[in-house]
Design a protein around this ligand. Structure first.
Ligand SMILES: [Zn+2]
Length: 192
């Protein structure tokens, strides 16, 4: 029974993760190991030894040492952290796809310029206005504004160029002139 736990997915964790996930100190765990309250296996990762523990036993230890309320708090923050990790990994994936999209389009534009094939170039993707107040960059990023913000920007742009930045983490800047969007400055394009 106990033996099969050691190979079961998610049933074991390293000492370091046990500290992080259950708010225990290394001392708490080493003491419990010495006292025979925690079973452990010694494993090696990249030649470095580390202790593997049984999750169920670590949980019971944390409950005994820290109480139920602290455990709930710990579970809450650890779940949040897990979700944030996943969100960030999707963001990285999104950015990488947007870069690929841009690179593909830029390569095609270059080829068209070399071939001086103007009819083809006119079909190349361009920044788009999504009426009334959103803008779609060539990379696939969408910037959303309030309708009033856009009305104001367009009105001001009659006299001079207006730059309007969205507040996204990968900030895009929409350029207006003479009442129209004339360009979207893409942060990914600069990084290509
Ligand atoms: Zn973009």
């Amino acid at each position: 029974m106990t033996n099969s736990l050691w190979t079961e997915q998610g049933a074991t964790l390293s000492l370091k993760n046990a500290c992080q996930e259950y708010g225990l100190t290394e001392r708490d765990i080493l003491d419990a190991m010495k006292a025979g309250k925690l079973q452990f296996r010694e494993n090696y990762a990249h030649g470095n030894p580390y202790f593997k523990l049984l999750r169920g036993e670590v949980e019971a230890l944390a409950l005994a040492l820290r109480g139920a309320a602290a455990m709930e708090e710990q579970a809450f923050t650890s779940q949040l952290r897990q979700i944030d990790k996943e969100i960030n990994s999707y963001k990285r994936k999104l950015t990488s796809l947007q870069k690929q999209r841009l690179a593909l389009i830029e390569t095609r534009n270059r080829q068209n310029r070399l071939a001086e094939n103007k009819t083809e170039e006119s079909s190349a993707p361009r920044p788009q206005e999504i009426y009334p107040s959103s803008y779609l960059c060539v990379c696939g990023h969408e910037s959303d504004f309030s309708e009033n913000t856009i009305k104001e920007a367009k009105a001001k742009s009659q006299k001079r160029k207006i730059h309007l930045s969205d507040s996204a983490s990968d900030e895009h800047t929409i350029v207006f002139h003479k009442g129209e969007m004339i360009d979207i400055l893409c942060p990914l394009r600069e990084r290509l």
